[in-house]
Design a protein. Structure first.
Lengths: 308, 316
Protein backbone atom coordinates (compact mmCIF):
# COMPACT_ATOMS: atom_id res chain seq x y z
CA UNK A 1 0.00 0.00 0.00
CA UNK A 2 2.67 2.50 1.08
CA UNK A 3 4.87 1.54 -1.85
CA UNK A 4 1.95 1.83 -4.23
CA UNK A 5 1.15 5.34 -3.02
CA UNK A 6 4.81 6.34 -3.26
CA UNK A 7 5.03 5.03 -6.83
CA UNK A 8 1.86 6.86 -7.81
CA UNK A 9 3.14 10.09 -6.25
CA UNK A 10 6.38 9.76 -8.23
CA UNK A 11 4.41 9.18 -11.44
CA UNK A 12 2.52 12.41 -10.78
CA UNK A 13 5.66 14.53 -11.09
CA UNK A 14 6.15 14.28 -14.89
CA UNK A 15 2.41 14.67 -15.48
CA UNK A 16 2.35 17.75 -13.26
CA UNK A 17 5.36 19.29 -15.03
CA UNK A 18 3.88 18.49 -18.45
CA UNK A 19 0.45 19.96 -17.76
CA UNK A 20 1.78 23.14 -16.18
CA UNK A 21 4.25 23.56 -19.05
CA UNK A 22 1.45 23.29 -21.64
CA UNK A 23 -0.73 25.78 -19.77
CA UNK A 24 2.23 28.10 -19.22
CA UNK A 25 3.15 28.05 -22.91
CA UNK A 26 -0.48 28.56 -23.94
CA UNK A 27 -0.77 31.63 -21.73
CA UNK A 28 2.56 33.16 -22.69
CA UNK A 29 3.05 32.52 -26.40
CA UNK A 30 -0.04 34.47 -27.29
CA UNK A 31 0.60 37.48 -29.47
CA UNK A 32 0.13 40.94 -28.00
CA UNK A 33 1.39 42.50 -24.83
CA UNK A 34 -0.87 42.35 -21.75
CA UNK A 35 1.20 45.09 -20.05
CA UNK A 36 0.75 47.48 -22.98
CA UNK A 37 -2.95 46.55 -23.01
CA UNK A 38 -3.34 47.99 -19.49
CA UNK A 39 -3.19 51.46 -21.01
CA UNK A 40 -5.90 50.67 -23.53
CA UNK A 41 -5.84 53.15 -26.40
CA UNK A 42 -4.04 55.80 -24.33
CA UNK A 43 -0.38 56.53 -24.98
CA UNK A 44 1.87 54.52 -22.71
CA UNK A 45 5.21 55.64 -21.32
CA UNK A 46 7.71 53.18 -22.83
CA UNK A 47 9.95 53.35 -19.75
CA UNK A 48 7.03 52.49 -17.48
CA UNK A 49 5.98 49.61 -19.75
CA UNK A 50 9.55 48.31 -19.74
CA UNK A 51 9.84 48.51 -15.96
CA UNK A 52 6.50 46.69 -15.49
CA UNK A 53 7.57 44.04 -17.96
CA UNK A 54 10.76 43.63 -15.96
CA UNK A 55 8.84 43.48 -12.68
CA UNK A 56 6.65 40.62 -13.92
CA UNK A 57 9.62 38.90 -15.55
CA UNK A 58 8.06 39.19 -19.00
CA UNK A 59 11.33 40.41 -20.52
CA UNK A 60 13.00 37.08 -19.82
CA UNK A 61 13.12 34.21 -22.32
CA UNK A 62 10.13 31.89 -22.01
CA UNK A 63 12.01 28.84 -20.65
CA UNK A 64 13.56 30.97 -17.94
CA UNK A 65 10.16 32.41 -17.04
CA UNK A 66 8.82 28.87 -16.63
CA UNK A 67 11.73 27.68 -14.49
CA UNK A 68 11.53 30.81 -12.32
CA UNK A 69 7.79 30.34 -11.98
CA UNK A 70 8.09 26.68 -10.94
CA UNK A 71 10.94 27.54 -8.56
CA UNK A 72 8.79 30.17 -6.86
CA UNK A 73 5.80 27.82 -6.86
CA UNK A 74 7.61 25.25 -4.75
CA UNK A 75 8.23 27.97 -2.18
CA UNK A 76 4.51 28.77 -2.16
CA UNK A 77 4.90 31.94 -4.23
CA UNK A 78 2.33 32.11 -7.04
CA UNK A 79 3.45 35.56 -8.18
CA UNK A 80 1.53 38.83 -8.23
CA UNK A 81 -1.49 40.00 -10.20
CA UNK A 82 -1.21 43.09 -12.39
CA UNK A 83 -3.10 44.89 -9.64
CA UNK A 84 -0.21 44.15 -7.27
CA UNK A 85 -1.97 41.60 -5.08
CA UNK A 86 -0.48 38.21 -4.32
CA UNK A 87 -2.15 35.55 -6.48
CA UNK A 88 -2.20 33.23 -3.47
CA UNK A 89 -4.31 35.76 -1.55
CA UNK A 90 -6.81 36.01 -4.39
CA UNK A 91 -6.99 32.23 -4.55
CA UNK A 92 -7.35 31.69 -0.83
CA UNK A 93 -10.34 34.05 -0.91
CA UNK A 94 -12.08 32.38 -3.81
CA UNK A 95 -11.17 28.70 -3.40
CA UNK A 96 -13.32 28.13 -0.28
CA UNK A 97 -16.31 29.57 -2.16
CA UNK A 98 -15.86 27.18 -5.08
CA UNK A 99 -15.17 24.34 -2.67
CA UNK A 100 -18.52 24.93 -0.95
CA UNK A 101 -20.30 25.19 -4.30
CA UNK A 102 -18.71 21.97 -5.55
CA UNK A 103 -19.48 20.21 -2.27
CA UNK A 104 -23.16 21.14 -2.60
CA UNK A 105 -23.13 19.95 -6.21
CA UNK A 106 -21.34 16.70 -5.33
CA UNK A 107 -23.82 15.85 -2.59
CA UNK A 108 -26.77 16.50 -4.90
CA UNK A 109 -25.08 14.50 -7.66
CA UNK A 110 -24.38 11.50 -5.43
CA UNK A 111 -27.74 11.37 -3.67
CA UNK A 112 -30.01 12.12 -6.63
CA UNK A 113 -27.85 10.37 -9.23
CA UNK A 114 -27.31 7.12 -7.39
CA UNK A 115 -30.86 7.14 -6.04
CA UNK A 116 -32.39 7.68 -9.46
CA UNK A 117 -30.08 5.16 -11.09
CA UNK A 118 -30.74 2.50 -8.47
CA UNK A 119 -34.46 3.08 -8.72
CA UNK A 120 -34.36 2.63 -12.50
CA UNK A 121 -31.86 -0.24 -12.43
CA UNK A 122 -34.07 -2.32 -10.14
CA UNK A 123 -36.90 -1.84 -12.64
CA UNK A 124 -34.88 -2.42 -15.81
CA UNK A 125 -37.11 -2.56 -18.87
CA UNK A 126 -40.16 -1.14 -17.11
CA UNK A 127 -41.80 2.24 -17.63
CA UNK A 128 -39.95 3.85 -14.69
CA UNK A 129 -36.64 2.78 -16.23
CA UNK A 130 -37.51 4.24 -19.63
CA UNK A 131 -38.68 7.41 -17.93
CA UNK A 132 -35.36 7.86 -16.12
CA UNK A 133 -33.43 7.12 -19.34
CA UNK A 134 -35.35 9.75 -21.28
CA UNK A 135 -35.04 12.25 -18.43
CA UNK A 136 -31.26 11.80 -18.25
CA UNK A 137 -31.02 12.02 -22.05
CA UNK A 138 -32.78 15.39 -21.97
CA UNK A 139 -30.64 16.66 -19.08
CA UNK A 140 -27.44 15.68 -20.88
CA UNK A 141 -28.64 17.46 -24.02
CA UNK A 142 -29.18 20.83 -22.35
CA UNK A 143 -25.84 22.63 -21.88
CA UNK A 144 -25.08 23.85 -18.35
CA UNK A 145 -25.32 27.54 -19.21
CA UNK A 146 -28.75 27.13 -20.79
CA UNK A 147 -29.92 25.16 -17.76
CA UNK A 148 -28.51 27.85 -15.48
CA UNK A 149 -30.33 30.68 -17.20
CA UNK A 150 -33.56 28.69 -17.39
CA UNK A 151 -33.38 27.86 -13.67
CA UNK A 152 -32.62 31.46 -12.81
CA UNK A 153 -35.33 32.78 -15.11
CA UNK A 154 -38.06 30.47 -13.83
CA UNK A 155 -37.19 30.12 -10.14
CA UNK A 156 -35.81 33.59 -9.45
CA UNK A 157 -37.26 36.00 -12.00
CA UNK A 158 -40.70 34.44 -12.56
CA UNK A 159 -41.56 32.66 -9.32
CA UNK A 160 -39.33 34.67 -6.98
CA UNK A 161 -38.50 31.64 -4.85
CA UNK A 162 -34.77 32.34 -4.68
CA UNK A 163 -32.49 35.32 -5.12
CA UNK A 164 -31.04 35.45 -8.64
CA UNK A 165 -27.56 36.26 -7.37
CA UNK A 166 -25.63 34.64 -4.57
CA UNK A 167 -24.92 37.44 -2.10
CA UNK A 168 -23.46 35.42 0.74
CA UNK A 169 -21.45 32.44 -0.39
CA UNK A 170 -21.27 30.97 3.12
CA UNK A 171 -25.05 30.51 3.10
CA UNK A 172 -25.67 26.99 1.82
CA UNK A 173 -29.32 27.74 1.10
CA UNK A 174 -28.23 30.34 -1.47
CA UNK A 175 -25.72 27.92 -2.97
CA UNK A 176 -28.37 25.28 -3.52
CA UNK A 177 -29.60 26.51 -6.92
CA UNK A 178 -26.14 27.08 -8.50
CA UNK A 179 -25.01 23.79 -6.97
CA UNK A 180 -28.00 22.01 -8.44
CA UNK A 181 -27.35 23.48 -11.90
CA UNK A 182 -23.69 22.51 -11.68
CA UNK A 183 -24.62 18.99 -10.60
CA UNK A 184 -27.26 18.28 -13.24
CA UNK A 185 -25.06 17.00 -16.09
CA UNK A 186 -22.90 14.75 -13.91
CA UNK A 187 -25.99 13.64 -12.02
CA UNK A 188 -27.51 12.38 -15.26
CA UNK A 189 -24.33 10.43 -16.06
CA UNK A 190 -24.16 8.99 -12.54
CA UNK A 191 -27.80 7.92 -12.80
CA UNK A 192 -27.19 6.15 -16.12
CA UNK A 193 -24.04 4.46 -14.88
CA UNK A 194 -25.68 3.30 -11.65
CA UNK A 195 -28.67 2.04 -13.60
CA UNK A 196 -26.49 -0.03 -15.95
CA UNK A 197 -24.33 -1.57 -13.22
CA UNK A 198 -27.35 -2.25 -11.02
CA UNK A 199 -29.19 -3.99 -13.84
CA UNK A 200 -26.05 -5.96 -14.71
CA UNK A 201 -25.18 -7.00 -11.14
CA UNK A 202 -28.75 -8.06 -10.38
CA UNK A 203 -27.98 -11.20 -12.35
CA UNK A 204 -24.70 -11.88 -10.51
CA UNK A 205 -24.16 -15.13 -8.60
CA UNK A 206 -23.65 -13.42 -5.24
CA UNK A 207 -27.11 -11.90 -5.58
CA UNK A 208 -28.67 -15.34 -5.96
CA UNK A 209 -26.63 -16.60 -3.00
CA UNK A 210 -27.74 -13.66 -0.85
CA UNK A 211 -31.35 -14.29 -1.80
CA UNK A 212 -31.02 -18.02 -1.16
CA UNK A 213 -29.61 -17.31 2.28
CA UNK A 214 -32.88 -15.55 2.96
CA UNK A 215 -31.39 -12.13 3.63
CA UNK A 216 -33.89 -9.28 3.81
CA UNK A 217 -34.29 -7.41 0.50
CA UNK A 218 -33.10 -4.17 2.07
CA UNK A 219 -29.78 -5.77 3.00
CA UNK A 220 -29.33 -7.47 -0.38
CA UNK A 221 -29.78 -4.22 -2.26
CA UNK A 222 -28.30 -1.82 0.26
CA UNK A 223 -25.14 -3.80 1.03
CA UNK A 224 -24.47 -6.53 -1.53
CA UNK A 225 -25.71 -4.86 -4.70
CA UNK A 226 -24.87 -1.25 -3.85
CA UNK A 227 -21.31 -1.87 -2.78
CA UNK A 228 -20.52 -3.96 -5.83
CA UNK A 229 -22.13 -1.46 -8.16
CA UNK A 230 -20.34 1.58 -6.78
CA UNK A 231 -16.90 0.97 -8.32
CA UNK A 232 -17.64 2.33 -11.81
CA UNK A 233 -19.63 5.17 -10.26
CA UNK A 234 -16.73 6.14 -8.00
CA UNK A 235 -14.39 6.05 -11.02
CA UNK A 236 -16.72 8.38 -12.85
CA UNK A 237 -16.99 10.76 -9.88
CA UNK A 238 -13.19 10.93 -9.76
CA UNK A 239 -12.66 11.68 -13.43
CA UNK A 240 -15.56 14.11 -13.42
CA UNK A 241 -13.90 16.60 -11.08
CA UNK A 242 -12.34 18.23 -14.14
CA UNK A 243 -15.79 18.65 -15.65
CA UNK A 244 -17.03 20.24 -12.45
CA UNK A 245 -14.24 22.78 -12.59
CA UNK A 246 -15.14 23.78 -16.15
CA UNK A 247 -18.81 23.94 -15.18
CA UNK A 248 -17.97 26.09 -12.18
CA UNK A 249 -16.70 28.88 -14.46
CA UNK A 250 -20.09 28.95 -16.20
CA UNK A 251 -22.26 28.49 -13.11
CA UNK A 252 -20.37 31.07 -11.07
CA UNK A 253 -20.75 33.55 -13.91
CA UNK A 254 -24.51 33.04 -14.16
CA UNK A 255 -25.25 33.23 -10.43
CA UNK A 256 -22.53 35.77 -9.66
CA UNK A 257 -20.66 33.55 -7.21
CA UNK A 258 -17.28 35.04 -6.35
CA UNK A 259 -15.34 31.81 -6.68
CA UNK A 260 -12.31 30.57 -8.58
CA UNK A 261 -14.29 30.28 -11.80
CA UNK A 262 -15.00 33.99 -11.70
CA UNK A 263 -11.39 34.74 -10.76
CA UNK A 264 -10.13 32.68 -13.69
CA UNK A 265 -12.61 34.21 -16.11
CA UNK A 266 -11.55 37.75 -15.18
CA UNK A 267 -7.89 36.76 -15.44
CA UNK A 268 -8.50 35.30 -18.91
CA UNK A 269 -10.11 38.53 -20.07
CA UNK A 270 -7.18 40.61 -18.77
CA UNK A 271 -4.74 37.93 -19.94
CA UNK A 272 -3.13 37.97 -16.54
CA UNK A 273 -0.72 35.06 -16.85
CA UNK A 274 0.20 34.52 -13.21
CA UNK A 275 -3.40 34.07 -12.06
CA UNK A 276 -4.37 31.80 -14.97
CA UNK A 277 -1.38 29.50 -14.57
CA UNK A 278 -1.75 29.52 -10.78
CA UNK A 279 -5.42 28.56 -10.79
CA UNK A 280 -4.99 25.84 -13.42
CA UNK A 281 -1.94 24.47 -11.58
CA UNK A 282 -3.91 24.10 -8.37
CA UNK A 283 -6.75 22.43 -10.30
CA UNK A 284 -4.35 19.96 -11.93
CA UNK A 285 -2.95 19.08 -8.51
CA UNK A 286 -6.44 18.60 -7.10
CA UNK A 287 -7.39 16.31 -9.99
CA UNK A 288 -4.21 14.23 -9.64
CA UNK A 289 -4.74 13.75 -5.90
CA UNK A 290 -8.42 12.88 -6.34
CA UNK A 291 -7.58 10.27 -8.97
CA UNK A 292 -5.14 8.67 -6.54
CA UNK A 293 -7.77 8.71 -3.78
CA UNK A 294 -10.28 7.06 -6.14
CA UNK A 295 -7.81 4.27 -6.91
CA UNK A 296 -7.26 3.73 -3.20
CA UNK A 297 -11.01 3.71 -2.62
CA UNK A 298 -11.32 0.70 -4.93
CA UNK A 299 -9.58 -1.45 -2.35
CA UNK A 300 -12.11 -0.32 0.24
CA UNK A 301 -15.08 -1.10 -1.99
CA UNK A 302 -13.71 -4.35 -3.36
CA UNK A 303 -11.44 -6.28 -0.98
CA UNK A 304 -10.26 -8.42 -3.91
CA UNK A 305 -8.31 -5.39 -5.18
CA UNK A 306 -5.02 -5.11 -3.31
CA UNK A 307 -2.13 -2.76 -3.92
CA UNK A 308 1.29 -4.17 -3.35
CA UNK B 1 6.91 -22.20 -55.59
CA UNK B 2 4.60 -19.20 -55.12
CA UNK B 3 1.84 -21.27 -56.63
CA UNK B 4 2.41 -24.05 -54.16
CA UNK B 5 2.31 -21.70 -51.14
CA UNK B 6 -0.82 -20.07 -52.45
CA UNK B 7 -2.71 -23.29 -52.75
CA UNK B 8 -1.43 -24.31 -49.36
CA UNK B 9 -2.66 -21.04 -47.84
CA UNK B 10 -6.01 -21.40 -49.50
CA UNK B 11 -6.34 -24.93 -48.28
CA UNK B 12 -5.65 -23.85 -44.69
CA UNK B 13 -8.09 -20.96 -44.94
CA UNK B 14 -10.73 -23.18 -46.47
CA UNK B 15 -10.22 -25.85 -43.85
CA UNK B 16 -10.64 -23.30 -41.05
CA UNK B 17 -13.48 -21.37 -42.62
CA UNK B 18 -15.61 -24.10 -44.13
CA UNK B 19 -17.09 -25.88 -41.12
CA UNK B 20 -17.97 -22.75 -39.17
CA UNK B 21 -19.65 -21.18 -42.19
CA UNK B 22 -21.66 -24.34 -42.72
CA UNK B 23 -22.70 -24.36 -39.07
CA UNK B 24 -23.87 -20.79 -39.26
CA UNK B 25 -26.01 -21.56 -42.28
CA UNK B 26 -27.72 -24.42 -40.57
CA UNK B 27 -28.45 -22.62 -37.32
CA UNK B 28 -29.62 -19.11 -38.10
CA UNK B 29 -29.83 -18.82 -41.84
CA UNK B 30 -27.12 -16.27 -42.53
CA UNK B 31 -24.15 -15.61 -40.23
CA UNK B 32 -23.75 -11.96 -39.35
CA UNK B 33 -20.50 -10.16 -38.63
CA UNK B 34 -20.26 -7.78 -35.65
CA UNK B 35 -21.14 -4.90 -37.97
CA UNK B 36 -23.99 -6.77 -39.62
CA UNK B 37 -25.28 -7.68 -36.21
CA UNK B 38 -25.01 -4.08 -35.00
CA UNK B 39 -26.84 -2.83 -38.08
CA UNK B 40 -29.55 -5.43 -37.55
CA UNK B 41 -29.89 -4.23 -33.96
CA UNK B 42 -29.90 -0.54 -34.94
CA UNK B 43 -32.66 -0.99 -37.51
CA UNK B 44 -34.98 -2.21 -34.81
CA UNK B 45 -34.50 0.75 -32.49
CA UNK B 46 -36.92 3.68 -32.73
CA UNK B 47 -34.30 5.87 -31.00
CA UNK B 48 -31.94 5.31 -33.92
CA UNK B 49 -34.53 6.36 -36.48
CA UNK B 50 -35.69 9.43 -34.55
CA UNK B 51 -32.12 10.65 -34.13
CA UNK B 52 -31.20 9.83 -37.74
CA UNK B 53 -34.12 11.79 -39.13
CA UNK B 54 -33.33 14.73 -36.84
CA UNK B 55 -29.66 14.64 -37.81
CA UNK B 56 -30.44 14.41 -41.52
CA UNK B 57 -32.65 17.47 -41.21
CA UNK B 58 -29.91 19.32 -39.28
CA UNK B 59 -27.32 18.39 -41.89
CA UNK B 60 -29.53 19.73 -44.69
CA UNK B 61 -30.08 22.94 -42.69
CA UNK B 62 -26.34 23.26 -42.14
CA UNK B 63 -25.55 22.69 -45.81
CA UNK B 64 -28.34 24.79 -47.35
CA UNK B 65 -29.63 27.31 -44.80
CA UNK B 66 -31.05 29.42 -47.65
CA UNK B 67 -33.68 26.75 -48.32
CA UNK B 68 -35.28 27.33 -44.95
CA UNK B 69 -35.38 31.09 -44.66
CA UNK B 70 -35.28 34.05 -46.99
CA UNK B 71 -34.29 36.44 -44.19
CA UNK B 72 -30.76 37.74 -43.75
CA UNK B 73 -29.34 36.62 -40.38
CA UNK B 74 -26.86 39.53 -40.22
CA UNK B 75 -29.15 42.37 -41.24
CA UNK B 76 -30.49 44.13 -38.16
CA UNK B 77 -33.41 46.58 -38.28
CA UNK B 78 -33.29 48.30 -34.90
CA UNK B 79 -35.97 50.90 -35.60
CA UNK B 80 -38.70 48.40 -36.51
CA UNK B 81 -37.71 45.14 -34.91
CA UNK B 82 -35.89 45.78 -31.60
CA UNK B 83 -36.65 42.64 -29.53
CA UNK B 84 -39.99 42.09 -31.29
CA UNK B 85 -41.93 39.21 -29.75
CA UNK B 86 -42.23 36.00 -31.77
CA UNK B 87 -45.26 35.37 -33.93
CA UNK B 88 -45.65 31.63 -33.61
CA UNK B 89 -48.30 31.41 -36.33
CA UNK B 90 -45.92 32.69 -39.03
CA UNK B 91 -44.27 29.40 -39.91
CA UNK B 92 -40.85 29.75 -41.56
CA UNK B 93 -41.26 33.55 -41.75
CA UNK B 94 -38.57 35.94 -40.55
CA UNK B 95 -40.64 36.91 -37.49
CA UNK B 96 -41.53 33.31 -36.52
CA UNK B 97 -39.19 33.36 -33.50
CA UNK B 98 -39.19 37.14 -33.10
CA UNK B 99 -36.22 39.50 -33.31
CA UNK B 100 -33.14 39.93 -31.12
CA UNK B 101 -31.64 42.96 -29.40
CA UNK B 102 -30.08 44.11 -32.67
CA UNK B 103 -33.29 43.75 -34.67
CA UNK B 104 -32.17 40.57 -36.46
CA UNK B 105 -34.51 37.70 -37.24
CA UNK B 106 -33.95 35.01 -34.59
CA UNK B 107 -35.36 32.34 -36.90
CA UNK B 108 -32.79 33.20 -39.57
CA UNK B 109 -29.99 33.22 -37.00
CA UNK B 110 -31.07 29.89 -35.56
CA UNK B 111 -31.05 28.39 -39.07
CA UNK B 112 -27.71 29.91 -40.10
CA UNK B 113 -26.12 29.04 -36.75
CA UNK B 114 -26.54 25.31 -37.41
CA UNK B 115 -23.54 25.15 -39.73
CA UNK B 116 -20.95 26.27 -37.17
CA UNK B 117 -22.19 23.84 -34.52
CA UNK B 118 -22.31 20.85 -36.85
CA UNK B 119 -18.93 21.70 -38.37
CA UNK B 120 -17.30 21.95 -34.93
CA UNK B 121 -18.93 18.75 -33.68
CA UNK B 122 -18.09 16.65 -36.74
CA UNK B 123 -14.70 18.29 -37.27
CA UNK B 124 -13.49 17.76 -33.70
CA UNK B 125 -14.76 14.17 -33.69
CA UNK B 126 -13.02 13.41 -36.99
CA UNK B 127 -9.74 14.98 -35.87
CA UNK B 128 -9.84 13.32 -32.46
CA UNK B 129 -10.66 9.90 -33.90
CA UNK B 130 -7.89 10.18 -36.48
CA UNK B 131 -5.15 11.42 -34.14
CA UNK B 132 -6.21 9.61 -30.98
CA UNK B 133 -7.05 6.44 -32.88
CA UNK B 134 -3.73 6.36 -34.72
CA UNK B 135 -1.66 7.08 -31.59
CA UNK B 136 -3.65 4.55 -29.56
CA UNK B 137 -3.23 1.93 -32.28
CA UNK B 138 0.53 2.44 -32.50
CA UNK B 139 0.93 2.41 -28.71
CA UNK B 140 -1.21 -0.67 -28.28
CA UNK B 141 0.25 -2.68 -31.17
CA UNK B 142 3.95 -1.96 -30.83
CA UNK B 143 4.13 -1.56 -27.05
CA UNK B 144 7.59 -0.99 -25.57
CA UNK B 145 9.09 2.48 -25.49
CA UNK B 146 6.61 3.83 -28.06
CA UNK B 147 3.76 2.83 -25.78
CA UNK B 148 5.48 4.43 -22.79
CA UNK B 149 6.05 7.73 -24.60
CA UNK B 150 2.52 7.93 -26.03
CA UNK B 151 0.93 6.88 -22.74
CA UNK B 152 2.84 9.51 -20.76
CA UNK B 153 1.84 12.23 -23.26
CA UNK B 154 -1.75 11.02 -22.97
CA UNK B 155 -1.53 11.24 -19.18
CA UNK B 156 -0.35 14.84 -19.41
CA UNK B 157 -3.16 15.93 -21.73
CA UNK B 158 -5.68 13.91 -19.74
CA UNK B 159 -4.68 15.88 -16.64
CA UNK B 160 -5.89 19.17 -18.13
CA UNK B 161 -9.61 19.73 -17.52
CA UNK B 162 -11.20 19.84 -20.98
CA UNK B 163 -13.34 22.96 -20.83
CA UNK B 164 -10.85 24.86 -18.67
CA UNK B 165 -7.96 23.98 -20.98
CA UNK B 166 -10.01 25.00 -24.01
CA UNK B 167 -10.66 28.40 -22.42
CA UNK B 168 -6.94 28.98 -21.89
CA UNK B 169 -5.97 27.73 -25.36
CA UNK B 170 -8.66 29.71 -27.18
CA UNK B 171 -7.86 32.83 -25.19
CA UNK B 172 -4.49 32.79 -26.97
CA UNK B 173 -6.18 33.38 -30.34
CA UNK B 174 -7.65 36.69 -31.37
CA UNK B 175 -9.12 35.52 -34.68
CA UNK B 176 -11.33 32.61 -33.65
CA UNK B 177 -12.78 31.00 -36.75
CA UNK B 178 -14.42 27.58 -36.89
CA UNK B 179 -11.18 25.75 -37.68
CA UNK B 180 -9.38 27.40 -34.73
CA UNK B 181 -12.08 26.14 -32.36
CA UNK B 182 -11.92 22.67 -33.95
CA UNK B 183 -8.12 22.52 -33.55
CA UNK B 184 -8.24 23.78 -29.96
CA UNK B 185 -10.89 21.25 -28.88
CA UNK B 186 -9.15 18.42 -30.75
CA UNK B 187 -5.80 19.40 -29.16
CA UNK B 188 -7.27 18.64 -25.72
CA UNK B 189 -9.84 15.99 -26.56
CA UNK B 190 -7.90 13.17 -28.27
CA UNK B 191 -6.80 11.41 -25.07
CA UNK B 192 -9.92 9.38 -24.29
CA UNK B 193 -10.07 7.92 -27.84
CA UNK B 194 -6.35 7.14 -27.63
CA UNK B 195 -6.80 5.22 -24.38
CA UNK B 196 -9.83 3.30 -25.62
CA UNK B 197 -8.13 2.41 -28.90
CA UNK B 198 -4.92 1.34 -27.15
CA UNK B 199 -6.82 -0.97 -24.82
CA UNK B 200 -8.85 -2.62 -27.56
CA UNK B 201 -5.82 -3.02 -29.85
CA UNK B 202 -3.93 -4.76 -27.04
CA UNK B 203 -6.85 -7.20 -26.73
CA UNK B 204 -7.24 -7.68 -30.48
CA UNK B 205 -3.56 -8.28 -31.25
CA UNK B 206 -3.46 -11.28 -28.93
CA UNK B 207 -6.24 -13.02 -30.83
CA UNK B 208 -5.54 -16.27 -32.66
CA UNK B 209 -6.44 -14.85 -36.06
CA UNK B 210 -3.61 -12.32 -35.72
CA UNK B 211 -1.12 -15.11 -35.02
CA UNK B 212 -2.64 -17.04 -37.92
CA UNK B 213 -2.27 -14.05 -40.26
CA UNK B 214 1.34 -13.57 -39.20
CA UNK B 215 2.04 -17.29 -39.69
CA UNK B 216 0.62 -16.98 -43.18
CA UNK B 217 3.18 -14.27 -43.89
CA UNK B 218 1.08 -11.09 -43.67
CA UNK B 219 3.10 -7.89 -43.21
CA UNK B 220 2.68 -5.51 -40.25
CA UNK B 221 0.56 -2.92 -42.12
CA UNK B 222 -1.75 -5.65 -43.40
CA UNK B 223 -2.16 -7.19 -39.96
CA UNK B 224 -2.69 -3.76 -38.42
CA UNK B 225 -5.27 -2.45 -40.86
CA UNK B 226 -7.00 -5.61 -42.07
CA UNK B 227 -7.02 -7.77 -38.95
CA UNK B 228 -6.46 -5.70 -35.80
CA UNK B 229 -8.17 -2.42 -36.67
CA UNK B 230 -11.58 -3.76 -37.78
CA UNK B 231 -11.77 -5.82 -34.61
CA UNK B 232 -10.69 -3.00 -32.32
CA UNK B 233 -12.80 -0.23 -33.86
CA UNK B 234 -16.15 -0.72 -32.13
CA UNK B 235 -15.36 0.83 -28.71
CA UNK B 236 -13.69 3.79 -30.43
CA UNK B 237 -16.76 4.42 -32.57
CA UNK B 238 -18.98 4.30 -29.49
CA UNK B 239 -16.83 6.80 -27.59
CA UNK B 240 -16.55 9.09 -30.62
CA UNK B 241 -20.30 9.15 -31.33
CA UNK B 242 -21.17 9.88 -27.72
CA UNK B 243 -18.51 12.60 -27.50
CA UNK B 244 -19.81 14.40 -30.61
CA UNK B 245 -22.77 15.96 -28.84
CA UNK B 246 -20.46 16.99 -26.02
CA UNK B 247 -18.18 18.88 -28.42
CA UNK B 248 -21.13 20.83 -29.80
CA UNK B 249 -22.14 21.67 -26.26
CA UNK B 250 -18.55 22.69 -25.44
CA UNK B 251 -18.35 25.00 -28.47
CA UNK B 252 -21.60 26.70 -27.47
CA UNK B 253 -20.38 27.09 -23.88
CA UNK B 254 -17.10 28.63 -25.04
CA UNK B 255 -18.85 30.95 -27.50
CA UNK B 256 -21.26 31.91 -24.74
CA UNK B 257 -18.30 32.90 -22.53
CA UNK B 258 -16.86 34.94 -25.40
CA UNK B 259 -13.96 32.52 -25.78
CA UNK B 260 -15.29 30.45 -28.68
CA UNK B 261 -16.41 31.58 -32.12
CA UNK B 262 -16.31 35.32 -32.73
CA UNK B 263 -18.87 37.63 -34.26
CA UNK B 264 -19.02 37.33 -38.05
CA UNK B 265 -19.57 33.61 -37.52
CA UNK B 266 -23.14 32.93 -36.42
CA UNK B 267 -23.14 30.68 -33.36
CA UNK B 268 -25.97 29.71 -31.05
CA UNK B 269 -23.64 30.23 -28.09
CA UNK B 270 -23.09 33.90 -28.96
CA UNK B 271 -26.83 34.43 -29.52
CA UNK B 272 -27.63 32.82 -26.18
CA UNK B 273 -25.13 35.12 -24.46
CA UNK B 274 -26.77 38.16 -26.10
CA UNK B 275 -30.25 36.87 -25.33
CA UNK B 276 -29.35 36.27 -21.69
CA UNK B 277 -29.00 40.00 -21.13
CA UNK B 278 -32.66 40.60 -21.92
CA UNK B 279 -34.00 37.39 -20.38
CA UNK B 280 -36.30 39.06 -17.84
CA UNK B 281 -38.67 40.65 -20.34
CA UNK B 282 -37.73 38.94 -23.60
CA UNK B 283 -36.90 35.31 -22.91
CA UNK B 284 -37.56 34.41 -26.57
CA UNK B 285 -34.15 35.81 -27.60
CA UNK B 286 -32.56 33.10 -25.45
CA UNK B 287 -35.07 30.28 -25.66
CA UNK B 288 -35.03 29.67 -29.42
CA UNK B 289 -31.27 29.39 -29.97
CA UNK B 290 -31.01 27.42 -26.71
CA UNK B 291 -33.79 25.09 -27.82
CA UNK B 292 -32.16 24.48 -31.20
CA UNK B 293 -28.79 23.85 -29.54
CA UNK B 294 -30.31 21.37 -27.08
CA UNK B 295 -32.19 19.62 -29.88
CA UNK B 296 -28.97 19.15 -31.86
CA UNK B 297 -27.03 17.82 -28.87
CA UNK B 298 -30.03 15.61 -28.06
CA UNK B 299 -30.02 14.08 -31.55
CA UNK B 300 -26.30 13.27 -31.39
CA UNK B 301 -26.42 11.88 -27.85
CA UNK B 302 -29.41 9.72 -28.80
CA UNK B 303 -27.53 8.39 -31.83
CA UNK B 304 -24.53 7.67 -29.60
CA UNK B 305 -26.78 5.76 -27.20
CA UNK B 306 -28.26 3.65 -29.98
CA UNK B 307 -24.84 2.92 -31.48
CA UNK B 308 -23.47 1.95 -28.07
CA UNK B 309 -26.36 -0.40 -27.38
CA UNK B 310 -25.90 -1.98 -30.81
CA UNK B 311 -22.12 -2.36 -30.67
CA UNK B 312 -21.60 -3.24 -27.00
CA UNK B 313 -22.38 -6.94 -26.69
CA UNK B 314 -22.07 -6.74 -22.90
CA UNK B 315 -25.36 -4.89 -22.66
CA UNK B 316 -27.28 -7.42 -24.72
Amino acid sequence: MGRYVARRLLQMIPVFIGTTLIIFLMVHILPGDPIRAMWGDKAADPAQVASLRHEFGLDQPLWKQYIDYMGNLFQGDFGKTFGGREVIDEMSESFPVTLRLTAVAMIIEIIVGIGLGAWAGLRAGKAADTGVLIFTLIVISIPVFVLGFLARFVLADQLGWVAPNVQDSTDYAQLFLPGFVLAMLSMAYVARLTRTTFAENLRADYMRTAMAKGLPRRRIIGVHLLRNSLIPVVTFLGTDVGGFIGGAVVTEGIFNVQGVGNLLFKALQQREGSTIVGVVTVFVLVILVINLLVDLLYAVLDPRIRYA
Amino acid sequence: MPDATKTQTEAVVDAIAAPSAADGHKEQGKPRSLWGDAWFDLRHRPMFWISSILLLLLLVIAAFPGLFTGADPRNGDLTNHFLTKPDLGHFFQADWFGYDGQGRSIYARVIYGTRASILVGVGVTAAVTLVGGLLGMLAGYFGGWLDSVISRITDIFFGIPFLLGAMVVLNAFTDRKVYVVILALAFLGWTSICRVMRASVITAKQADYVTAARALGAGTPRILFRHVLPNALAPTIVVATIALGGYISAEATLSFLGLGLADPTISWGIDIAEGSQAIRDNPHALLFPAGMLSLTVFAFIMLGDAVRDALDPKLR
